[in-house]
Design a protein around this ligand. Structure first.
Ligand code: MN
Length: 231
């Protein structure tokens, strides 16, 4: 087969402990999935989960031991960090039940759902899609994927983010409103999941603005930490 121009390269993420990389298909994100974060955004109570997407090529790989350089995006003066646990899907399916969801998980990684909050808020007010606030270039820094079998305690893990060495976000994955397997059940009712899909599971409280020159250090217990500098 030939193409009218070179097709884009496959976006991929390193896997801890092996040479083969994880090819990215789609990036799904869960909105407001920690109670304290929902509160800080002006919402209360358990609502059904809702989803948005980022393009696969929004990924910026934050390799182990390296500082990934992420350009400060255009059009915003209020770029927010959202530290998140990312679930990597290894086996596809639709209408997956929560009880079976573990069979579909390849592994986990630490990710940042970078957000142009000013643009997102404008879109919310106008009832328009969030794409410009959430799905911009370089909006999904992510660390190496750890295979699921190596992190049996992930559902209780600590999650945290420091900016320039100061604590900004700190919580536990156990505080997810919709946990990992419930999220897969809900998501797979709406879309057929495919191997290579990533799910950003939501951020805990403490989201705030970052500026050029800031260094973000994110971690989830048991996974490779990430380090990102905004340039
Ligand atoms: Mn988020």
């Amino acid at each position: 087969m030939s193409f009218v121009f070179a097709p884009p390269p496959t976006v991929s993420i390193p896997v801890v402990g092996q040479q083969d990389r994880f090819p990215v298909h789609r990036i799904y994100c869960v909105g407001r999935n920690y109670e304290e974060h929902a509160r800080e955004m002006g919402f209360t109570g358990r609502e059904p989960p809702f989803f948005f997407m980022k393009p696969a090529d929004a990924v910026v790989v934050a390799d182990a031991g390296q500082t990934a350089r992420v350009p400060y995006p255009t059009l915003t003066t209020n770029l927010h960090h959202e530290i998140e646990l990312v679930v990597a899907i290894g086996k596809g399916g639709s209408n997956i039940q929560a009880a079976d969801a573990h069979q579909h998980i390849y592994g986990y990684a630490v990710g940042l759902d970078m957000t142009r909050r000013d643009l997102q808020n404008d879109m919310k007010k106008q009832g328009r899609p969030w794409c410009i606030g959430k799905a911009f270039d370089h909006s999904a820094p992510i660390g190496p994927i750890t295979p699921a079998a190596q992190v049996p305690g992930i559902a209780q893990a600590e999650i945290s983010l420091q900016v320039n060495g100061q604590d900004r976000q700190h919580s536990h994955v156990s505080k997810l409103i919709w946990n990992i397997t419930e999220t897969i059940e809900q998501l797979s009712a709406a879309w057929t999941l495919q191997p290579g899909d990533l799910i950003f599971t939501g951020t805990p409280e403490g989201v705030a603005a970052v500026v050029r020159g800031d260094v973000l250090a994110g971690s989830v217990d048991g996974l490779q930490a990430i380090r990102v500098e905004l340039i």
